[in-house]
Design a protein around this ligand. Structure first.
Ligand code: ADP
Ligand code: 5GP
Length: 203
């Protein structure tokens, strides 16, 4: 059996992280998704406990004080945090978990987690749009943002994109099939790393 690990997906809002996760899940139904906590209000169709755990400011700050989060950050004016327990539990059980977190959260993980843990259990993938123009077009078409939120996300995108060299992998989401195949290849290669395998295998 392979050792558990986590794949962090970062990239500007609208880059396609969520779409790519759902494509990956078609090929790897056993994949887990890390359900973040956020103070952002739900979008139409989003379900509490499925897409996010939707928290009040108060609840989120209690979570910080209790040390519930592996990392947390203020992104586009709302708080987002990764619950610690489900991720550690998934890794311990040999599962693969995908995290959709921003560049600040990924930086915290690389700084705070012990080097051995990072080496054995974490992979960092940056998802970029082919251009800022296409990013804007996709975000507009998605139709989930208010004009203010759209403006803020686009303003932040330029800065976020500069972070791509900090990652181990870059997937440019131009053609969805190609990008999904690249992510699948990353997942398969990550599964084959020696630190995640045993040999001879037990029957
Ligand atoms: P993120 O999770 O990074 O914010 P989404 O997965 O919601 O981004 O994608 C943003 C929008 O772009 C969605 O409406 C999605 O359907 C669309 N999209 C994603 N990938 C592509 C692609 N390769 N080509 C065209 N549209 C795409
Ligand atoms: P959205 O509001 O579009 O769902 O997400 C906005 C941004 O928040 C995205 O860049 C996403 O990666 C990031 N995000 C979602 N969950 C977390 C989290 O738990 N921690 C951090 N740091 N960022 C997150």
């Amino acid at each position: 059996m392979s050792q558990g690990f986590a794949i962090v997906l970062s990239g500007p809002s609208g880059a396609g992280k969520s779409t790519l996760f759902h494509r990956l899940k078609e090929d790897f139904p056993q994949l887990l998704f890390s359900i973040s906590c956020t103070t952002r209000p739900p979008r139409p169709g989003e379900k509490d406990g499925v897409d996010y755990h939707f928290y009040s400011q108060e609840l989120f700050h209690h979570g910080i004080q209790r040390g519930d989060f592996l990392e947390y950050a203020n992104v586009h004016g709302n708080f987002y945090g990764t619950p610690k327990a489900p991720l550690l539990n998934a890794i311990q059980k040999g599962r693969i978990m995908v995290l959709d977190i921003d560049v600040q959260g990924a930086r915290q993980m690389r700084t705070l987690l012990p080097p051995d843990f990072l080496q054995d259990h974490m992979e960092f993938v940056f998802v970029a749009p082919p251009s800022l123009e296409i990013l804007e077009e996709r975000l507009r078409k998605r139709g989930t943002e208010t004009p203010e939120s759209l403006k803020r996300r686009l303003e932040n995108a330029r800065k976020e994109l500069e972070a791509w060299p900090e990652y181990q992998y870059l997937v440019v989401n131009d053609q969805l099939d190609k990008a999904a195949n690249e992510l699948k290849a990353i997942l398969l290669a990550a599964t084959c790393k020696t630190q995640r395998r045993t040999w001879p295998t037990t029957p």
